[in-house]
Structures are given as C-alpha cells and as structure tokens.
Design a protein around this ligand. Structure first.
Ligand code: 5AD
Ligand code: FES
Length: 348
C-alpha cells in the first residue's frame, strides 16, 4: 500500500492499522503532506465554511503542583515569578473579550490547589450568569470526578486535558514518577461521561517520541473520539531539563493536523500558539491544513510573560485587542473569516 492509499483510506473513514500509521508517519514525503492537506482543508471547508472559531484564553494562574519535565511553569522552576488572577481580574478579561466578539472563554491554569472546588465553581458560575450566551472551557488539569461534575453543574461546557502521549512508557519519560498515565486517561473518560465536550491532544516532537508513539496517539484519537484536539509542537524551555532538545518540526505538525481532520471530520481543531511560535505563519498554515479554531490570549498583558510554558512564546507584548485584529487580518489574507459564535461541537 502507498502513503496516498493510506491517506485515501483515512479520507474514506477507514481506520488504519497501527503498522500503517507507523509507515505513514515515518516515510511521508512533501507530496504526501500536500495531498493530505488538500483533502483536509476541503473537508474542513465543507464542514465549517471558510470560518474560524475564536476562543479567548485566560491564563489565570501559573502556580502548579506538578513537575512535568517539558513545562516552563513546572514546580521546580524557581526562576518564574508566580501569579494568580482574582475573580474580578478574570471577569474583566471576559468583559474585554466579549466586546471583541469572543463567545467562548477558556480558563487555563497550572494545577493550583488554591483554586479548590468552592473557588472554582464560584468563578465559573459568575461567568456563566454574566455571559449566558458564552461557552466556558476549562483547562485545569487532573481533578476528581466529583470536582469535574461540580464545575459542569456550575456551567462549564468543555474541558481540555491533553493526554500528551498515548504511550505509557513515553509518558513516564516526560513526567515525574508521581504522575500517572492511567489517572490521566481515567480523567479523560470521566470528563466525557459527565458530558463535557472533551479535548485531548499531544505534543509533537517531544523528547524520546517515536513514530510508534505518534501512531498510538492517532489510534487513541480514533478510539476516544474527542470533540476537540489540541496538538502543537514541543518547544524547549530554557529552565527545564529538556532545554537542549530540538522543537517539533513544522511539516510533521501540519501533516498531523491534516490527518487528524481526516480521522475526526467534525473535531474542533485549533491552530495553536505553539505552532505560531515555530513559524511566523504557523497558525495560517495550520488553518490551511485543516484546523478551524484559534485561541488568542485574553490574559492581562502584565502577566503574559509569566505564563511561559516554552521559550519565545508569541503575543506576550500585545494586548487582547491587538491580537484580535492581527488575527483578523492574518486570516482574511488567506480568505478566511472569523465568526462571533460559541462554536460548539456538532456531529454531522
Ligand atoms: N512545548 C510545547 N507545549 C507545551 N506544553 C507544556 N509545555 C510545553 C512545551 N515546552 C503544552 C502541554 C500542555 C499545554 C497546556 O501546553 O501539552 O498540556
Ligand atoms: Fe497576537 Fe498577532 S496574534 S500579535
């Protein structure tokens, strides 16, 4: 079988066996990539039109009890100055975002025990009652099932929890021993059972990653059927043990975005900030490869440099309005429009 045939099979909704994924991901050419890209873009345009959903991301705490080896805000990094936004700060970010046309707010933070269920449900229900026409997405890491349920009941609609890698041994090389692959997978299952639109995803080109690992990621995406997938390149951070590892490759990221669109036609798929960091037109290329979501920063400019998961993150000097208009221009230059909409998952 050729790589084109493998891509055609995906396009015809046939699951690929693991070995076919490994071959595809380890032998693809620029022509294969372009072939998958065209199919994926066509499919995305069929589903969503030339429209991009916006999600405003509010990075409300960079305090984290975890020590993920790749991450710039890991507990062991003493070079970071730590912050927490107050509920009022967060609501002010939402107010500014609402004016700019955002109808989804993403609350993302480190695993900060200060934000226990009482504090977090208070924040979620305040946003929910102030902006009943907006969706609330949470990205707070691993919590108990009860906690996920309380937050859902308080008005959260969606939850992002990247699985980071679907291979348990590889997971162990990216995380300290106290962190459990099985628990992360359990969280993902619970989120889905509760009724969240659930997002998983992996870093591309993380240290020790092999084509077999990525093949497992793709098989996992097919099995789990998430409503959202967040994937972007690994990028080293200078104050982590992975400082000397290379960043993930642009061509591989774009190819995987296209293959993800073919595998999960309806999925909400962002062109990530990390993709925009490894290439000046990374986000536009992501959209042209099958992505349909963009997640600009709504955090106060004063704290943006303190939420550095990796080096050289873009948009840390710009205000929310600047990014909004910058992205509007960028996407209209490739023939796409941005829409004022919650942009919920719709199975077709
Ligand atoms: N490079 C790229 N992505 C990273 N993340 C964390 N650290 C890095 C890094 N060094 C991603 C993880 C996490 C998400 C919030 O950010 O995938 O789930
Ligand atoms: Fe932030 Fe362009 S998107 S400055």
């Amino acid at each position: 079988m050729t790589n084109r045939e493998r891509i055609d099979n995906l396009n015809q909704k046939k699951a690929l066996p693991r070995t076919a994924w490994v071959t595809l991901l380890s032998t693809f050419t620029a022509e294969d990539q372009e072939y998958a890209r065209t199919l994926a873009q066509t499919l995305a345009v069929q589903k969503f039109g030339k429209q991009i959903f916006y999600r405003g991301i509010i990075e409300f705490t960079n305090i984290c009890k975890n020590d993920c080896i790749y991450c710039g805000i890991r507990r062991s990094n003493t070079a970071v100055s730590r912050y927490r936004l107050t509920k009022e700060d967060i609501l002010a970010c939402c107010a500014a975002g609402y004016e700019y046309g955002y109808r989804t707010f993403v609350l993302q933070g480190g695993e900060d025990v200060y934000f226990n269920d009482d504090r977090m449900t208070d924040i979620v229900s305040s946003i929910h009652s102030a902006y009943p026409d907006c969706a609330i997405t949470l990205s707070l890491g691993e919590r108990s099932r009860e906690s996920y349920q309380k937050l859902f009941d308080a008005g959260a609609d969606r939850y992002l929890l990247r699985h980071e890698t679907a291979n348990k041994a590889h997971y162990g090389k990216l995380h300290p021993a106290q962190m459990s692959f099985d628990h992360r997978m359990q969280c993902l299952r619970e989120l889905k059972e509760i009724g969240y639109q659930t997002g998983c995803g992996m870093m591309i080109g993380s240290p020790y990653q092999t084509a077999e690992d990525l093949a497992e990621d793709m098989a996992f995406l097919y099995d789990f059927q998430p409503e959202m997938v967040g994937m972007g390149p690994f990028i080293p951070h200078k104050d982590t043990p992975f400082r000397d590892y290379p960043a993930g490759r642009l061509d591989l990221c774009l190819f995987l975005l296209s293959l993800t669109r073919l595998t999960l036609p309806d999925v909400l798929l962002p062109a990530t900030t990390a993709l925009g960091t490894i290439h000046p037109q990374g986000r536009e290329l992501g959209i042209l490869s099958g992505a349909n979501v963009i997640m600009p920063n709504l955090s106060p400019t004063s704290v943006r440099k303190q939420y550095m998961l990796y080096n050289n993150k873009i948009c840390t000097d710009e205000g929310s309005g600047q990014c909004r208009f910058c992205l509007g221009r960028r996407f209209s230059s490739i023939g796409y429009q941005t829409v004022v909409s919650r942009g919920d998952y719709q199975k077709q």
